[in-house]
Structure formats: structure tokens, C-alpha cells
Design a protein around this ligand. Sequence first.
Ligand SMILES: Cc1ncc(C[n+]2csc(CCOP(=O)(O)OP(=O)(O)O)c2C)c(N)n1
Ligand SMILES: CC(=O)[C@@H](O)[C@H](O)COP(=O)(O)O
Ligand SMILES: [Mg+2]
Length: 648
Amino acid sequence: MSEPILPRVDGPEDLRGLSDEQLQQLAQEVREHIIDTVGEIGGHFGANLGTCELAVALHSVLDSPRDKILWDVGHQAYPHKILTGRRDQLSTIRKYGGLTPFCAIEESEHDIMGAGHASTSIGYAVGLKEAMRHGQGEDGNVVAVIGDGSMTGGVAFEAMHQAGGLGTPMVVVLNDNGMSISPNVGALSRYFNRVRLNPKLWKAREGGEEFLTKLPAGIGERFAHLGPQLKESIKAFWAPGLLWEELDWAYMGVVDGHDVSMLREALSEAIAAERPVVVHVATVKGKGFAPAEEGGLEGMEKWHAAKPNSIANGAPAPAPVVKPGAAAAPPKPPQYTQVFGEALVEECRRDERVIGITAAMNSGTGLNILQRELPERYFDVGIAEQQALLFASGLALQGCKPVAAIYSTFLQRAFDQIVHDVCLQRLDVVLAMDRAGLVGDDGPTHHGVFDIAYLRPLPHIVLMAPRDEAQLVHMLHTALAYDGPVALRYPRGEAVGVPLPAEPRLIEIGSGEILQEGDGKVALLGYGSGVGKAQEAAALLAEHGIVATVADARFAKPIDTGLVAQLQAEHELLVTVEEGVLAGGFGTGVWETLSDSGIAARIMRVGLPDRYVTHGAPALLHEEVGYTGAAIAERVLAAVGTRTTAAS
Ligand SMILES: Cc1ncc(C[n+]2csc(CCOP(=O)(O)OP(=O)(O)O)c2C)c(N)n1
Ligand SMILES: CC(=O)[C@@H](O)[C@H](O)COP(=O)(O)O
Ligand SMILES: [Mg+2]
């Protein structure tokens, strides 16, 4: 066994002088480090195993950070982080105070761009390189690494279009493993598969001319005497890069993404070309971890991320042994996602017009249930949230009832489609926003904290949020019955644990409800998960002799003006509680409602601060921002206590 190399790699400079064999060994050591670490702490997994050789090859032929290596999304950047001085911190990744989940410019000079949302890397790369051509900053090579899934994001093609037009000398490494989180979809994916899976095409570019000149019956000779332009176009027909060549990108591929020597050769050639070049690389998502690599599409999807303590000694960890006679653990509440996914299937069964749409988040949104039960009512548009909304708009215009299930954070990408297409035309579209609120380990790029504020200003839209899983079922039913745009938000993770209704019922649009009457001092008005926090605070206030009123607003638009006016009139203090930014959020809406009704508002708003909240376990994040029952009770006691003194 040759001496380990990774322990002496503290930065890309330590790759200098290593032979191809040593670099290949280093890639495997990086892989083993990831399997051991992520198998213990959890995190993104399969994609990282697929980029070990690629990261080693890139950092061995380039000089980061003078040369810029950009990782699209960044969920596959753990090898990059390991090679750029963070080997020993990998065990802190995604943890509160630890390494960031994706690339982050504040974390390392080698992290050239912040990421988390897909399809942005090529756009950055064009800007970086054109700035260099403009004489700005130090000159260097620019390479963007983008996956086949992320390549289905339209903004990636906007960048390809611009760079092809400018002739920007840069490289795009298309990291093609045939997977998004679930199997990749669409025509682009079929094209990639045709090329990647056809070894004969792996050499088409080099071998093309030789092959054609050897054609029998004089065809070869005639080809040999054709002009270069015509030769190029005939070769392009044979070679797999036609799509890119038409956009004025040179195409190289398909390169084995796990062969460091081949990668180094291809990357060096692409960089030397001094023009836009796509290097099409074939990798395996989960390479080197048998349950993923040999588990087919299902295995690769399952191991997109690994749960904590899910791997031991390089293999899936055995299920914990339940001691005989030990009391069974109490049943956990269902995930909101699961409740939504099942409820949507029932709504599709009730009404043939209902259609489910995901943007490459098949299992994350729960639409895998619809795909299994009613595949003809299921659409995955790829990582293309804007298209998801336009597709929904088209469906709605034709009389369907589309439900676009898109995480709150990813929906941000389709904001103009919501404004310009769905709301302006008052289309019958339902936006099911999972991961609303602080999502935890994925951090600020994934927290779904702006949707209340960014949707509330839009005319015609209805905003609602359930306090528990039963309300989620009722609200989806209500949203589908309502003829117009509706956005429904619910958090990542476990629901509350209340029984699900046998049948959904309609909720009056714009109506809230009082859950617990109080003694007139404090009213806690929650929205969505805020109701639970309000109930926690009420329990603590009761220990101080205050019986708080607790109400569920249910709607952030339209707000129940009667309820809000009543709560304000009957209580010394009205507290609003929401898992969203305060600026422009639900509490601000209540404030506006009272003010517009000429009522002097005595409001305390509880929500999220005007800053990006870091990554880490949700409970730690809630503590940090004061989104807990205890923090609310403390603030209320300080306010009411003071007020009681003043009033006495
Ligand atoms: C705008 C946006 N939508 C959805 C996601 C969720 N997401 C993260 S990684 C991923 C799949 C990416 O596939 P690919 O680029 O092929 O990378 P691979 O995991 O296959 O290496 C998706 C859909 C995201 N990060 N950003
Ligand atoms: C990288 C990425 O964007 C996805 O993998 C995301 O992390 C999934 O989030 P959930 O785990 O909340 O589905
Ligand atoms: Mg992929």
C-alpha cells in the first residue's frame, strides 16, 4: 500500500509535482475521506463521490485562486473543499458554525462564487473572464463545472449564448452522470445520454476525419478533398457536440470523469484553446460506494444525500437493534411533504383537471407519490422553475388546475412568472411552497423566508399557511376550489401530529380563527408554524398568571380584518408570529390592516430578522433569531410587565 498522500495536501499547491498515478491515488483517498465523514455526520453524498477525480485534475492543472474554478450548486464541492485547505474541517460541514453547505466566498479564496441554487456558474464565469479581458484584476483561466441536471436550467443557456457570442475564452466542464436528484429529464437529458452511453462517440471528434477519409468506393477520397468548412459540418454531424458547436462552443467529449490522466489532458487542451470550450465528462453519481454505484437510478437517487450515521466501514450502517421487550418508540408525526403528496393524489382523484408539477424535486416535494399513483398527472420540467410556472400558466389557460410544487427558496427564481403571468392574468394556479421557513443545514441559500414578503404585494393572490397537517389537507382542497392564484406555504420536516381528516373541508378565504380565549392582556396571532410557537409562548405566560388569547390567522392575504381589529381592541398587546422575514411579512400586513382601519396598532411582531440566517440545526437557528416560545414569552413579559406597571 503506497504512502497516503491526502494528509500532506493542505492546498492546491501540494498537488504540484505529483504523478498521474499519485493524483489518481489522491482522488481515491479524497473519496474515502468523504465516505467516512459524510457517512457519520450526514450531508450531500453521491455527487461528491462523482467529482473526486475531477477536482484533483482541475486543481492539478490550474492555479486556484488566480485561475477560477466554479462549482455549480456546490453540493458536489466537498472534494474541492478538501483539496483547498478544509480537509480537517469536513466533519463540520453544514453544522452550526461549521463549513458552509455549498461554496461561499466568505469561507475560502478558492470558493470563487456563492452557490446553492443551480445553473448559475456559467454566468459568473463569463463575467469573471470578460472582466479579465477588460484588464480588471489578475488574469487567469476560468472553468465552470456544471452537472447535467443543472444544465437544464435556462439561465445556464443564457450564459452559453452570451459567451459563444463574445468568444469568451473559458471552459465549461459538463459533469454528466445522467442524474439530477432523481434521474435527469427532458430532451437535453436524452441527448446527453445518447452521447455519454455510446462509447463509439467518445472518440468521434478525433477519429472523425480519419474514419471519413477511409470510407470505401472513393467516398473517402472525395471527402478528403472537400473544403474545411464542409468537412467540419460533416464531422459535426458525426460528432456529438453539434448542439454546442452551433452556439460557437468547441466540444470535447466524452471524457472518462474518473480517469485523472485523461481529464488532465482534456482540460489542458481545452484551456489552451483560448476560446469557449465544453468538456463533456462522464461520471458516476456515488462512484466508489457500491449501494449508489451499483444501485441503478434508485441507488443514485437514494444516496444523493446521506443521513447522519448512515454509513459504517464504507457500507450502509445496519439498522439499530431493538432489544427484545424494549418499549417501541412512539410513532413520529408524518413529514409535511408526505401529507401534501398524498393529499395531492386524492385531489387528483377528485378532479381530473388537477395536475402536479415539480422542478426536479420529485421526492423532495412528495410528487413521487403522484408519479407512482397517477403518472399521467405528473410533470417534471427539470431544474427550470420559470418554465414550471409558464407551463402551469398554459395548463390553467386551457382549463387545468395545476399545482406547482416548488420549495419557497427555489420559487424565487420564478418571481416574474408569478407577477407577470399568474397573478396579472389571475390564473388558476396553486403554488405549493414546501421548505417555507428556516430549513436548517442547507442554510441561507435554501431558507424559505421571503415568500410572504415577496408575494403579499401581488394583486389577486391568496396566501395561506396551515398550523398543522390537518389544516394542510383542508388548505390544499380550498386552494384548488378557489378560482385564482393561491400560494400555500408549509415547513420542512415533521408535522404536528394531529389526526388527518377523513375528508377535506373548505376554509372561508380570508378567515382566521381563535383557538384559545384569554384574559385580555395579550393576544398571540400566529401564521403557519407561528401558531405552534404562539401556543408554546402562551403556556409559558400562563406560568406568570397571564392567560393569552391564541389565534390562527390562516391567511396572510387577505388578512381577516375583523379578527385583527377584535384582537387589538380586546387586548393590551397584539403579538404576530410568523416564520418569515418581518420586513413586509405577515405582521407588517396586520399593522397595515389596522392602520388602514384607523386603529392605533399596539403590535409586537415576531419573525425573522433583516439578515441572512446561517446554516445548522433548526432548533439552534430558532434560538439564534428568537423564534421560540420562550423568547416570545420573555419579550411579552417585558412589554406587558412594563405596561402593567405604567397602567397601574
Ligand atoms: C434553482 C434550483 N432548483 C433546484 C435545486 C435542487 N437541486 C440541488 S442539486 C440538484 C440536482 C443537480 O443535478 P446535477 O447538476 O446533474 O448534479 P449532480 O447531483 O448530478 O452531480 C437539484 C435539483 C437547486 N439547488 N437549485
Ligand atoms: C443541493 C440541493 O439544493 C438539494 O439537495 C437540497 O439540499 C435538498 O433539500 P431537502 O433536503 O430539504 O430536500
Ligand atoms: Mg447530474
